[in-house]
Write a protein that binds this ligand. Structure first.
Ligand SMILES: *Cc1c(COP(=O)(O)O)cnc(C)c1O
Ligand SMILES: [Zn+2]
Length: 414
């Protein structure tokens, strides 16, 4: 197990003992003072090889336990999380001018989104800390994931979501037994309320960025992509970005693999933001690599609810990591997202929610509009399309036809 060696502030670099701090750097505050989890990489380098993970026999992200911050593995839940397929689709690859395209289908996680990778870790950390209640503000997926992974434990789950959250996500929360607060406001309002409640009532907070262990779960997508491509990961990886934690996790995962000598080439990681919700892309453009990451919050709107974030909480990490990684950001319109959602479904059979389809829209934009070229690329489908049926219906013009049960009527439509 990867007993973390230290927690380091992304802004001031100060290191903390993991037993002494739960959330963020007291000096830099919750926004700029997000913490990164550090391990004893010299020791890990001696212990790990490319075969270590397969030797665990585990077909879940727990095959990477040595690289995860779990102290008491007895708290690992039975739900199978991670080790999702990285499909190859040669025809779609060719259309995009790529030799190879990988579709990492994280809609196949237990609660149908990438967030399960992080929630499964937080549910362990809460129990290691002997907490009784976990809380989370969420656009929907982080919360339903937390509720799902708490379900088999004695933890109680208190959830804050914006009242605009898609129906299916709210239904997931309720069926898993969470106490749900539908906040009359944006996700950003729900986030602040959850933080206040966690403070006031002593609940363990899983909201994005504030909890340093989330990014550790989120890095496992990178570890899997590397291993699933026989340690020769694609040139570029595209992923939808809201708070910036998933992309931070992907960057950290690839960086750690390189540091441990397990991969020679680090993929460029590209974040995809919706045009109406792109404060991280804007910060990245303005960042010079030396001074503080510029932060300008906005009032966000996109139909891709999971990445509708005007006040991104992991912006400092996301911008810093992507800058170091050599990747970048692109923006896409809601229309481009819907087109990608439809094309992905019709050309691969993978059904994404809008934030998941944004990854394909971004790859397309990079190749077709920004003239970037890659031999190989991966898109991370971060959430399942069944979570947001209304958007799927918007993405297709085709209508189902109503008929009487007569062959004649079928013929009329042939
Ligand atoms: C949360 C989420 C994202 C974005 O992750 P961030 O860490 O907020 O950037 C993308 N897609 C889906 C489906 C999500 O639930
Ligand atoms: Zn600090």
């Amino acid at each position: 197990m990867g007993q973390p060696a230290a927690l380091r502030c992304i802004s001031c670099g100060k290191e903390y003992d993991p037993s002494q701090i739960d959330y963020t750097c007291p000096t830099c505050g919750p926004r700029r003072g997000t913490l990164e989890v550090l391990y004893d990489y010299d020791r890990l380098k001696k212990q790990l090889s490319r075969t270590t993970f397969a030797e665990s026999g585990l077909e879940s992200m727990w095959r990477y336990l040595p690289l995860l911050p779990v102290v008491q593995p007895e708290f690992i839940q039975p739900l199978r999380v991670g080790w999702t397929p990285a499909y190859r689709f040669p025809v779609l690859a060719e259309r995009l001018g790529l030799k190879e395209l990988f579709v990492k289908d994280d809609g196949q996680n237990p609660t149908a989104s990438y967030k399960d990778r992080a929630s499964s870790i937080v549910v362990i950390k809460a129990q290691e800390r002997e907490r009784e209640v976990v809380t989370c503000a969420s656009t929907g997926n982080a919360a339903s994931s937390l509720a799902g992974f708490s379900a088999s434990t004695s933890l109680r789950t208190m959830i804050f979501v914006p009242k605009r959250a898609p129906e299916a996500k709210v239904a997931q929360l309720l069926i898993y037994g969470a106490q749900v607060f539908l906040v009359d406001g944006s996700y950003d309002d729900a986030y602040d309320l959850a933080a206040q409640a966690a403070d006031a009532f002593g609940w363990y907070n899983r909201s994005a960025a504030v909890n340093p262990y989330l990014v550790e779960g989120k890095k496992t997508g990178a570890l899997e992509l590397a291993e699933q491509t026989n340690w020769n990961p694609p040139d570029a990886v595209f992923v939808g970005v809201g708070d910036g934690s998933v992309i931070s996790g992907l960057c950290k995962g690839f960086d750690e693999l390189a540091r441990l000598g397990l991969i020679d080439k680090v993929p460029r990681v590209y974040g995809v933001q919706a045009e109406g919700s792109s404060p991280i892309e804007a910060a990245f453009r303005a960042y010079d690599g030396a001074s503080d990451v510029p932060i300008h919050d906005i009032a966000a709107y996109t139909l891709a609810d999971s990445i509708c974030v005007g006040k991104p909480r992991d912006i400092v990490k996301a911008v810093t990591y992507v800058h170091a990684n050599g990747g970048g950001f692109v923006t896409v319109s809601d229309e481009e997202i819907l087109t990608a959602l439809r094309d992905l479904a019709q050309q691969t059979g993978v059904f994404a929610e809008p934030a998941g389809a944004a990854a394909l829209a971004g790859l397309r934009k990079a190749v077709e509009k920004h003239n970037m070229s890659f031999d190989s690329a991966a898109i991370v489908v971060s959430g399942n399309g069944l979570k947001d049926i209304a958007s799927a219906r918007k993405a297709v013009r085709a209508q189902a036809v109503s008929i009487r049960p007569l062959l004649e009527e079928v013929k009329r439509y042939l």
